[in-house]
Design a protein around this ligand. Structure first.
Ligand code: C2G
Length: 132
């Protein structure tokens, strides 16, 4: 069984997230997703609309996702790859190069981001609509 791993905040789930998860799953048989905790989001200077618990529940409801684990910080990836016997690590290419150190432990794949959509764009667009 080929196991795939990816990480993210996955707030205000949108087609960019779904495209990434779908493509990541297509590279193997089992997809593990590390979802950023609210505390780690603060470290990433990100404020989620949905709580960790709700973002986790939403991810677990997606057919491409087999397992969701908490992402508490930047330096758990090697241990996660080893603990979960990961074969392929996948991230959107906005992260290209950032996780090449994982190449000693598994295959590293950066997939093209979906253009024109992001959680921050959704927030901005909604703010504009609401406030005219
Ligand atoms: N993504 C994408 N296309 C978009 C938006 C996001 O392919 N239009 C991808 C990102 O590249 C990432 C995943 O969807 O691989 C999740 O995106 P975020 O929730 O924004 O995750 P991020 O804050 O980048 O966290 O340790 C890694 C970090 O936790 C990544």
């Amino acid at each position: 069984m080929k196991k795939v791993l990816t990480y993210g905040t996955f707030d205000l789930l949108h087609i960019g997230h779904i495209n990434l998860l779908k493509r990541a799953k297509s590279l193997g048989d089992y997809l593990v997703v590390g979802i950023s905790t609210d505390q780690f989001n603060e470290e990433k200077q990100k404020e989620s609309y949905h709580s960790f618990e709700n973002r986790k529940l939403i991810l677990e409801s997606i057919k491409f996702v087999d397992e969701v684990i908490p992402e508490n910080g930047w330096d758990q990836k090697i241990q996660d790859v080893l603990n979960h016997n990961i074969d392929i690590f996948v991230m959107g290419d906005d992260w290209k190069g950032h996780f090449d150190f994982l190449k000693d432990y598994c295959e590293v794949v950066y997939l093209p981001r979906t253009i024109g959509i992001s959680t921050s764009k959704i927030k901005t667009d909604l703010h504009t609509v609401t406030n005219g």
